[in-house]
Design a binder for this molecule. Structure first.
Ligand SMILES: O=c1[nH]cnc2c1ncn2[C@H]1C[C@H](O)[C@@H](CO)O1
Ligand SMILES: [Zn+2]
Length: 377
């Protein structure tokens, strides 16, 4: 993989590290663990699918205005208001064609941005309004991901997409969705998750779903420690046995300066770090929902310096008007990271992925390390 500078020339010809600009970051192999299918549609696709399926509730008629509307509406300072914007994407993802197209474009867009491995999640229970069954929803989405992987390959880009099935935490279908995830584990579903409003809906409401996953040696992550703090993280780990934390950013509330000023970890933070529990951090999304005040004040750097298993994620590319490369660039600008930091975050993500171990290793050794070696110069 050749790195290019802003003029499009090959960075390796000049020697030394490639400039850390957006274009070169897009060339770097990246791994993404936390991206919502219904939060990553192209605005133009939302407009077209709405016309196809007769949805007349869109807040804007053309793709550019609609893209701006999503970003502005999601910039709400509250998770509850942020989540309201999904009504419009979910509305156009109710048919076989809609689901396949959105999944295909998701894989293509991530691949074009240099993502080589992605775990993309969505809640099948939200896509039954026009009569599809849960199984059909999963089958159409998996078919879309496979089509997107092939299209990316034809365009010279390599990507592997694993799917996570999410249950909505305010609803009562989590056990059913966990069973669905296990049923499709050999066809591209790599794990399970719960998402939605955090306050008032603790992860322990869904204990039987997590027990089912554990009983089947299957992987799961839990959105926790985003809009609600340490109790939610504690439950997700201690009672539910989560493999990873979706966001988990509020773990920083259990880290305080000691008498000599160095950060001291409370028991929960120490447990998360000791156990290498991955944090699926999503910087831009956290600013939009008010979980943190700005990227510069994001605990990402504190956690990275303390050697937590930090990973960089997009959460919702449409609502945050972002991409994997832009999230990385924002962190580079805020904290002065270099290529070796970005490589470490990428390897962290692959180590934490729900892929079989040998496949994780192959991506790290054959794709990620050689890719960053070129950029490091
Ligand atoms: O960041 C989030 N926190 C909690 N729930 C979320 C977040 N982003 C998306 N969701 C919800 C809205 C989607 O409809 C659902 C499934 O992808 O997950
Ligand atoms: Zn999320």
């Amino acid at each position: 993989m050749a790195a290019v500078d802003e003029t499009g020339t090959n960075a390796t010809t000049t020697g030394g590290p490639a400039p850390l600009d957006l274009r070169n970051i897009a060339q770097a192999p990246k791994a993404l663990l936390h991206d919502h299918l219904d939060g990553g549609l192209r605005p133009s696709t939302v407009v077209e699918l709405a016309a196809d399926c007769g949805y007349d509730g869109l807040p804007a008629a053309d793709a550019d205005s609609l893209g701006r509307w999503f970003r502005d509406a999601a910039d709400s300072g509250s998770l509850e208001l942020y989540l309201e914007t999904f009504a419009h994407t979910v509305a156009v993802m109710q048919t076989a064609e809609g689901l396949q197209r959105v999944a295909r474009e998701c894989a293509e867009d991530l691949a074009a941005d240099g993502v080589v491995y992605a775990e993309v999640r969505y809640a099948p229970e939200q896509h039954l309004e026009k009569g599809l069954t849960l199984d059909e929803v999963v089958q159409h989405t998996l078919e879309g991901f496979r089509q997107g992987e092939s299209a990316a390959r034809a365009a010279g880009k390599q990507i592997r997409v694993g799917c996570l099935l999410t249950a909505m935490r305010h609803a009562a279908r989590s056990r059913e969705i966990a069973e669905l995830a296990v049923r499709y584990r050999d066809q591209g579903v790599v794990g399970f998750d719960i998402a939605g409003k955090e306050a008032g809906f603790p992860p322990s409401r869904h204990l039987d779903a997590f027990e089912y996953m554990r009983a089947n040696n299957a992987h799961f992550t839990i959105h926790a420690g985003e809009a609600f703090g340490l109790p939610s993280i504690h439950e997700a780990i201690a009672f539910c046995g989560t493999d990873r934390l979706g966001h988990g950013v509020r773990i920083v509330d259990d880290i305080h300066p000691g008498d000599d000023g160095t950060p001291q970890l409370g028991r929960l933070a120490a447990f998360v770090r000791d156990k290498r529990i991955p944090l699926e951090l999503c910087p831009s999304s956290n600013v939009q929902t008010g979980a943190v005040a700005s990227i510069a004040e994001h605990p990402f750097d504190v956690l990275a310096r303390l050697r937590f298993r930090v990973t960089v994620n997009t959460d919702n590319r449409l609502m945050s008007d972002t991409s994997m490369s832009r999230e990385m660039k924002a962190l580079v600008d805020a904290f002065g990271y270099g290529w070796s930091d970005l490589e470490r975050f990428t390897i962290n993500a692959l180590k934490s992925s729900f892929l079989p171990f040998d496949e994780r290793l192959a991506l790290i050794d054959d794709v990620v390390k050689p890719g960053y070696a070129v950029l490091l110069g």
